[in-house]
Design a protein around this ligand. Sequence first.
Ligand SMILES: Cc1cc2nc3c(=O)[nH]c(=O)nc-3n(C[C@H](O)[C@H](O)[C@H](O)COP(=O)(O)OP(=O)(O)OC[C@H]3O[C@@H](n4cnc5c(N)ncnc54)[C@H](O)[C@@H]3O)c2cc1C
Length: 571
Amino acid sequence: MSQRITTASKTASGAPSAASFPRHEQTFPALTPQEIARMRRFAEARNYRDGEKLFETGKPGPGMFVVLSGHVTITQRDGLGHVTPIIDQGPGQFLAEIGQLSGRIALVDGQAEGDVETLLISPAQLRALLVAEADLGERIMRALILRRVNLIQAGVGGPVLIGPADSSDVIRLRGFLTRNGNPHHLLDPKTDPDAAEVIARYSPSPTDWPLVVAPDGTVLRNPSESELARAMGMIRGLIKDRIYDVAVVGSGPAGLSTAVYAASEGLSVAVCDARAFGGQAGASARIENYLGFPTGISGLALTARAYNQAQKFGADMMIPVEVKALDCSREDGTFGLKLDSGEVLRARSVVVASGARYRRPEVANLADFEGRGVWYWASPIEARLCAEQEIVLVGGGNSAGQAAVFLSGHARRVNMVIRGGGLGASMSRYLIERIEATPNIELIFNTEVVALEGTAGASLERVRWRSRLSGEESGIDIRNLFLFVGADPATGWLDGCGVMVDRGGFVVTGAQIAKASGDPASALETSVPGVFAVGDVRSGSVKRVGGAIGEGAQVVATLHGFLGDTARPAL
Ligand SMILES: Cc1cc2nc3c(=O)[nH]c(=O)nc-3n(C[C@H](O)[C@H](O)[C@H](O)COP(=O)(O)OP(=O)(O)OC[C@H]3O[C@@H](n4cnc5c(N)ncnc54)[C@H](O)[C@@H]3O)c2cc1C
């Protein structure tokens, strides 16, 4: 019978004991000697002297450590120099969180307390272990995810943002970090003494807000998402001369599904996304129609699971990386994807999963208020901004309905402005019933928003709308306007490479190509052999999470056929 190695109940460094963490038995499970013995074939021995660092905040993590003897203290060190003990780990414990699956930077420090003997399992070997050892792998994977969740909830280990909570750039960067599952911490420049010190040192001008202190202490002034991602080690350069079996563009449900199925079936996979994993679904407060979740699931929770799963099977997730153009000339037998960094990613096949981008209604000064009161999604961050306020939400589809129901729990009143005369043709019945049963949602039919008023570049103050029946105009003083008026396909990056699109710009595949050109193509193949399209970007797709995921699984069978038929270029 297996016997568990027990860990010290009181920690050496004064850090909280494991028992003080939520779900601590799953977050910090102890391994049995038999389990450790099974892990040895994936590991190499590493010993450390008292005080030596096993891993350091802000530097790429070497993988997962299993402690054989001695103790390791885990501490948080932020870019401002504060050190907080998190936990001590002893024999039978393993040290890692989800970032170690792909060798991301460490979010915490690990230091030997006395001499320590460990086994080190590299990221590649860790992925192999998770797949080969199903039961043990499940326990480890759950612990890695829960540890990241703890770090996110405590705001431990990521960058420190200094700026007013309602500034549009603070909201932009927090949205980016949250959508990508990165812990972070916000300091108020007016009240926090640490913030005051940084401000005194860097004297930011009004356009420099927020200041961002990366985990390694680097200070950035109002960075772009991509600058922040680089400072945090989220993006790494391409490995020279590497050729992937498949490059997936987009990590919404369709791209994630393609990545999980392709990587789990042995293909080498690169996934690029310009913003965050999850795509449009990641912005959905609650998906109620996805199979197997009778109480619904938030889009972020669903797609975060898939994102971790894709990494478990070894897919290279490159986020935020925008694909600017596709070169289909295939002179060396491969496709070239031109990235926003200027680098070219090479792959033997391409899956277009770039989905759709939010549509913007024709209101002259809309851009002046984007991120300053005009929103295209409704996450808890935006919801907090509307607490006890009256808001306007435009749209009559399912996404508008979900957002209205979600925001009605935060706002005093939600004015839902709808162009048509009813909801029956555009919204699911269950949502209509829920809206009708929610007293603080007001439905305003046959109406469109025509003007925004406020201080450009500052805040929205008033929205004007017009009745499409009487032409009468009226307005309302509000600070937050939510737009859910549909989306256009994200296909600009395909221009010039011969991929056929329909009149709306959606990528044409399969039977539609056969009809247009006479050449038969498999169901999800585009007019360029080796380029496939899945999910919302595909002409005729159902524009649902379930459909996107199904197509991602389906395309992988076709990919095998295509890759098997083409000569494999030398790596
Ligand atoms: C608020 C909201 C709620 C919704 N609720 C539901 C629901 O309850 N049930 C349901 O079934 N459906 C729902 N939907 C629809 C569902 O989210 C979509 O059908 C689904 O997300 C489509 O998945 P996709 O992977 O095809 O594309 P998307 O989700 O659009 O993902 C495309 C990804 O590609 C990336 N990308 C685009 N261009 C590039 C480029 N050049 N380089 C790199 N990356 C790029 C984008 O950043 C994006 O992450 C909802 C949609 C929204 C907006």
